[in-house]
Write a protein that binds this ligand. Structure first.
Ligand code: DND
Ligand code: ATP
Ligand code: GLN
Length: 554
């Protein structure tokens, strides 16, 4: 019976669908762990397919490719190196499962099948996977490991079965997407399982961006007394070999590095950076292009892009109209200078004049209104898309969550683009994160050190500059009030009366925000994807009908 054990936590960034690339990532991690004397390497949930694989699981050829690669990987473990615990889709008796496979001594020693399939929020695993039975422990190098997959740790029953059937150590491969405050939630579920079973626990999480999700990593180890023995860094791949010793009370982990979690602003910023970096990188774009207005949203989006990709892959374009102020021109130029990214000017006045002429016979005698305002926004969108078509960079959309919530954005105008950087970040958080970035250089950032936007960009009142003297707060409640109401409606799903009684806001204001929110559903369905940051992001997590005649109590 082993009295010491070295277990490697492989916090990897797989690419969904890239089976051979993912196998290569696992192979490299195993070689690195072997060089550090590891006995076992624990990888993340579904690392071979990438998480979440969604409907790829329905493709028999995809599942065949995975099976073939698993057998090859298993055969490689005959080399006397560490055992591998890899997450992989796995077929058995005509069903597809979300499994953790134990590969050792040249064989597939066990397939632990996920029991609790998450089917809420961003998850719909019941769509593609069958639920496995409660697993039992798997003996690896003389130690009975209680392996369970991600969601199985969020309930009591799987850990209970594992401990009752002799597990000595809980091991959990995860694909747990980032959202604010998720770290505490994970830790409290993990600690509950440790307390119930008296067993130490290893939690290994995926890192990287996948469409609207970003995985922060932050893998960790809890000892049997719930002491945190290791926390891997967030937002980057890592491989840590942890040392375990067996004493009279069971297994205990030798204390190792504890990476800091970072402030909320830092987490939001890093989530946007990694989400964008991986979206651009994994989809093969040479870089990004965006309209830089001199306002805070496009300045922050540009800063995130420069930190994600490097300033030389960010192309900013100022597109002045007759309503663009000198301050905006100066501020856009200063943002581009501070970031060190390319800035060009494309005047949209000729396009506005052309539309006046093209549509003049229809519009004659009618007052100028939102129609002409939206044409400016659309002229900018068309220009950016043309530059994207000609030169290849993907267009970034810069709308924030307050705007996405209220429909304060122009369809096929500023809503155009491939990816919306700030989509799940309320305007009040946009201000806070911009201040944070001006005072801090994020770890791993490819952009410049120091401030990335002039103070005036943060302090001036937000305006869309689509007509003279326009200010956002002329049409919307102040952002502090708007965001508070939106957060209560969206994330907390509060009733309107509850919001009024808890906050003292006028019920007419809360009613208006509710109406704006519901009315903009059609716009959100046409919005580009953007990374999930909050507890309830638009898209999969908030599914209201567009055609919606409900008028009863809300
Ligand atoms: N249920 C439905 N299903 C499908 N389509 C629907 C629809 N209801 C309206 N529509 C269509 O949508 C059109 C209205 O949408 P749209 O054309 O976008 O225009 P609209 O929402 O009327 O105006 C854009 C709003 O965004 C504000 N804005 C624009 C640009 C930038 C910023 C900023 O500060 O960032 C703010 C602007 O001040 C204005 O309040 C309708 O004319 C109709 O064609
Ligand atoms: N003059 C401009 N030049 C370049 N892009 C612009 C210009 N005006 C608007 N845009 C683009 O359209 C987006 C919507 O901007 P708008 O000024 O209407 O409102 P906003 O949401 O307050 O954004 P920002 O804070 O970036 O100004 C901007 O973020 C920017 O990408
Ligand atoms: N992949 C999963 O099973 C994730 C579900 C889990 N509750 C989490 O977010 O951590």
């Amino acid at each position: 019976m082993a009295e010491t054990l070295r277990i490697a936590l492989a916090q990897l960034n797989p690419v969904v669908g890239d089976v051979s690339g993912n196998v290569a990532r696992v192979r490299a991690a195993r070689a690195q762990a072997a060089a550090q004397g590891a006995d076992v390497v624990v990888c993340t949930e579904l690392v071979l397919s990438g998480y979440p694989p969604e409907d790829l699981i329905y493709r028999a050829a995809f599942m065949d490719a995975i099976e073939e690669q698993v057998h090859a990987l298993a055969a490689e473990t005959a080399d006397g190196g560490p055992a591998l615990i890899v997450g992989s889709p796995w077929r058995k008796d005509g069903h597809s499962y979300n499994a953790a496979l134990v590969l050792d001594g040249g064989q597939i020693k066990a397939a632990v099948l996920k029991h609790h399939l998450p089917n809420y929020g961003v998850f719909d695993e019941i769509r593609v996977f069958a639920s496995g039975p409660h697993p039992g422990p798997v003996e690896v190098r003389g130690v009975r490991l209680g392996i369970m997959v991600c969601e199985d740790m969020w309930y009591t029953d799987v850990a209970e079965t594992l401990s009752e059937t002799g597990a000595e150590l809980l091991v959990i491969p995860n694909g747990s997407p980032f959202e604010l405050d998720k770290g505490d939630e994970r830790l409290s579920h993990a600690a509950a399982r440790v307390k119930e079973t008296g067993l130490p626990l290893i939690y290994v999480n995926q890192v990287g961006g996948q469409d609207e999700l970003v995985f922060d990593g932050a893998s960790f180890v809890l000892d049997a007394d719930c002491a945190l023995r290791h926390r891997a860094p967030s937002w980057q791949e890592s491989l840590t070999v942890t040392e375990w010793r067996k004493g009279p009370q069971g297994w205990s982990c030798v204390p190792s590095t504890l990476a800091a979690e970072g402030s909320r602003e830092e987490q939001v910023y890093q989530a946007m950076v990694l989400g964008l970096r991986d979206y651009v990188g994994k989809n093969g774009f040479p870089g990004v292009i965006l309209g830089l207005s001199g306002g805070i949203d496009s300045a922050l989006a540009a800063a995130v892009a420069a930190d994600a990709l490097g300033p030389d892959r960010v192309w900013s374009v100022m597109m002045p109209s007759p309503y663009t102020s000198d301050d905006s021109l100066e501020d856009a130029a200063e943002v581009a200078r501070l970031l060190g990214c390319r800035l060009d000017t494309v005047n949209i006045i000729p396009a506005m004049t052309a539309f006046d002429q093209m549509l003049g016979s229809f519009f004659s005698g009618l007052p100028s209104d939102i129609t002409e305002e939206n044409l400016q926004s659309r002229a900018r969108g068309v220009s950016l898309m043309a530059l994207s078509n000609k030169f290849g960079p993907m267009v970034l959309s810069t709308g924030n969550k307050s705007e996405m919530s209220t429909g304060y954005a122009t369809l096929y105008g500023d809503m155009c683009g491939g990816y919306a950087v700030l989509k799940d970040v309320y305007k009040t958080m946009v201000f806070a994160v911009s201040r944070w970035r001006n005072a801090n250089t994020p770890a791993g950032a490819l952009g410049p050190q120091g401030a990335v936007m002039p103070d005036r960009v943060i302090t001036k009142p937000p305006t869309a500059e689509l007509r003279p003297d326009q200010k956002d707060e002329d049409s919307l409640p102040p952002y502090a009030v708007l965001d508070d109401i939106l957060e209560r409606l969206i994330e907390r799903r509060q009733h309107l009366s509850e919001i009024v009684s808890q906050t003292g806001y006028e019920s007419a204001v809360v009613e208006r925000v509710w109406r704006l929110l519901n009315r903009a559903e059609y716009k959100r369905r046409q919005a580009p994807p953007g990374v999930k940051i909050t507890r309830c992001a638009f898209g999969r997590e908030r599914r209201y009908p567009i055609t919606n005649a409900y008028v009863g109590p809300r």
